[in-house]
Write a protein that binds this ligand. Structure first.
Ligand SMILES: *[C@@H]1O[C@H](CO)[C@@H](O)[C@H](O)[C@H]1NC(C)=O
Ligand SMILES: *[C@@H]1O[C@H](CO)[C@@H](O)[C@H](O)[C@H]1NC(C)=O
Ligand SMILES: *[C@@H]1O[C@H](CO)[C@@H](O)[C@H](O)[C@H]1NC(C)=O
Length: 224
């Protein structure tokens, strides 16, 4: 049955080509090297399968029962012409950043003892996304979210530093990306504390040895 529906989806996706900014039912919506849409048509949710493949599956599983589709984005901001630009509205200020797939569904990016990690909403960070991603500190200074591109592994650690070295952060719809080059895959890796996950930008298929990691994209909760 899946083969039939998948074939239909493939034909649909072929027929609609670049017009469709969202992946069709059963269509691919992520994975290493994937440059197509990362959100799904209404009623379907982008579900991680493996490093190479995420697929739009019906929202019938018990994990997602909210009435609002979590990955719906404004059509204008996912159109190919604006694919690598920051959304045209006001600079998001005071925005939470969260994951939307298990096992970190609605875990929020935050400063946990100097490390950027995904954790509980109660301690969520509120970020300003504008080329840099910054976090206000109570002292009045800022911390900047950087990708450590010196890492020799395909997964690049994220750090919070006093100066910004990663200045190509952007938004594609509600999805946090880097724009040069365009990258939107992250991995979330379990830590000894079940409330917190380490987050890495994933540019290949290495994973930290011994860690349980899942491919993730990270999002603003709303286009605000
Ligand atoms: C997940 O990937 C495996 C290996 O590529 C494949 O056999 C399987 O059909 C995929 N599952 C889904 C739901 O796409
Ligand atoms: C951070 O501080 C700046 C002023 O330095 C302010 O304009 C901005 O709204 C603050 N952002 C957040 C998320 O509180
Ligand atoms: C970045 O990664 C390199 C190589 O692993 C390491 O030596 C360096 O300390 C890291 N820098 C930061 C800021 O974490």
């Amino acid at each position: 049955m899946h083969f039939v529906t998948f074939a239909t989806a493939a034909i649909l996706s072929f027929a609609l080509g670049g017009v469709n900014a969202q992946s069709p039912a059963w269509g691919q919506c992520g994975g290493q090297g994937w440059s197509g849409p990362t959100t799904c048509v209404s009623g379907y949710t982008c579900t991680y399968n493996n490093t190479y493949h995420s697929q739009c599956l019906p929202e019938t599983t018990s994990t997602i029962t909210t009435s609002t589709p979590i990955s719906t984005v404004a059509p204008t901001s996912t159109s190919p012409s604006s694919a690598t630009t920051t959304s045209s509205g006001a600079t998001p200020t005071g925005s939470q950043i969260r994951a939307v797939q298990d096992p970190v569904f609605h875990f929020y990016l935050q400063n946990n003892g100097g490390k950027p990690q995904l954790g509980p909403e109660a301690s969520s960070g509120y970020f300003t996304v504008s080329g840099t991603i910054s976090l206000n500190q109570s002292s009045g200074s800022k911390l900047y979210l950087n990708v450590n591109t010196s890492a020799s592994t395909s997964y690049k650690p994220l750090t919070l530093d006093a100066t910004a070295t990663t200045t190509d952060w952007g938004l594609e719809g509600d999805t946090i990306i880097t724009t040069a080059p365009r990258q939107l895959n992250f991995i979330a890796c379990a830590t000894s504390n079940p409330s917190f996950y380490d987050l890495y930008l994933q540019t290949g298929n290495d994973t930290p040895s011994g860690a349980s990691c899942t491919l993730q994209t990270i999002h603003l909760p709303c286009l605000c």
